[in-house]
Design a binder for this molecule. Structure first.
Ligand SMILES: *Cc1c(COP(=O)(O)O)cnc(C)c1O
Length: 376
């Protein structure tokens, strides 16, 4: 497997990396795509320097995928069996004897891990990610007894779409020697590359934009090349805990990555247009759109505690699919507070919209009709 440096300029653009990284070496007769490596064991010594050894240690399809994601994020990638497997692995890196700064309302299952860490005695400092001063104070220890040992960033957050000032909060963490981890699922490397800004680890739910077709559940950790010891620890964690990816799913996700930039650009352009129109719709009391990206959150009706009007919109859309998840080619709509585990910070009236790549006028017509309560 090679990045085919003979064909790439010194610093290829992201679109070029998405298409070219993780391809087999170009020799006569070589396939253009890596094969799906369906094997639980490999001939020869189980020595990672020579062979993958065993299917829980490594796999050549993982290698191709990891090369592509590593090149996109600018680090060394390790694929995991789901986004939560990647998040759980990254959380093993925090120093548990020092304070841990986290967002007040991150992805709900990630928050359940923060709750568990707090219950086990870790000093978990919860701050709103978009309140830069509050994040910096919690990280540096200004107003607290000690500085933090680690910072978990999610930006934009899911589903409130709070945006962190990445350069400022990462710099604050560096000043006190705190590690930084960033869940980059919603932004994708097309819009934001935290490792280039000094973060130590990036995690993704590959299930979302990277794979992009709502057909796999997969995760990845990407480690800064300045922190090789963390790569070793995460690889060891994956091997020992066994939270590994299937080769077929990994191959599908790599195929999805080939169009990542095109999908994100198209969906984000549609999201921008929909955000403008939704902002003028009388049924919509608030629109959250971070200014880039393809996720929107809208509040329906005047009362944030009333789920009724939002539920009626979800029940009457026809093109938008009422479903959880995000980042696929098809547009999805969901009222997040229907989950008991969702943060109380999320209004009952909030709908999360994952804008897909359908025609934007068709998407608007469907939403507008549902919002206006028109007979269908
Ligand atoms: C979906 C999601 C996850 C969890 O990923 P899975 O692939 O569902 O395990 C983690 N973080 C964010 C921001 C997500 O949207």
């Amino acid at each position: 497997m090679t990045d085919t440096p003979d064909r790439l300029s010194a610093s290829p653009a992201l679109a070029t990396i998405a298409v070219t990284a993780g391809r087999p070496a170009r020799v006569p007769g070589a396939p253009v795509n890596p094969p799906v490596d369906f094997s639980s064991t490999y001939a020869g010594d189980p020595d990672p320097a020579h062979t993958p050894g065993y299917g829980r240690f490594d796999n050549s399809t993982w290698g191709a995928f990891e090369q592509a994601v590593g090149a996109l994020e600018g680090g060394t990638a390790l694929v995991f069996g789901s986004g939560m497997a990647a998040v759980s692995a990254a959380l093993t890196l925090i120093p548990e004897d020092r304070p841990f700064v986290v967002p007040t309302a991150p992805y709900s299952t990630t928050r359940s891990h923060f709750d568990e860490l707090a219950a086990s005695g870790v000093d978990v400092r919860r701050v709103p990610m978009h309140d830069t001063n509050a994040v910096v104070r919690a990280v540096t220890g200004d107003g607290y007894q000690t500085p933090a040992g680690a910072l978990w960033i999610e930006s934009p957050t899911n589903p409130l779409l709070h945006v962190a000032d990445l350069p400022v909060v990462i710099d604050a963490a560096h000043r006190v020697g705190a590690g930084t981890m960033c869940d980059n699922t919603l932004a994708t490397p097309v819009l934001q590359r935290p490792l280039a800004l000094g973060a130590d680890v990036v995690v993704h739910s590959v299930t979302k934009y990277l794979a992009g077709h709502s057909d796999v559940v997969l995760g990845v950790c990407v480690v800064s090349n300045a922190r090789p010891e963390l790569i070793h620890r995460l690889h060891d964690h994956r091997t020992r805990h066994g939270a590994i990816a299937g080769p077929m799913e990994t191959w599908l996700a790599l195929r999805g990555i080939r169009t990542l930039h095109v999908r994100v650009e198209r969906a984000a352009a549609s999201a921008a247009e929909l955000a403008t129109r939704l902002g003028e719709h009388p049924a919509v009391s608030r629109v959250r759109w971070p200014g880039s990206g393809a996720m929107l959150a809208i509040e329906i009706g005047a009362d944030p505690d009333n789920p009724g009007p939002a539920d009626r919109v979800v029940a009457s859309v026809r093109l938008w699919t009422p479903a959880t998840s995000l980042g696929g080619v098809e547009s999805l709509i969901e009222r997040r507070r229907r989950y008991p585990g969702e943060s109380r910070e999320v209004p009952e009236s909030l709908l999360r919209l994952s804008v897909g790549i359908e025609d934007v006028e068709d998407l608007w017509q469907d939403l507008d009709a549902a919002l206006s309560g028109l007979p269908r």
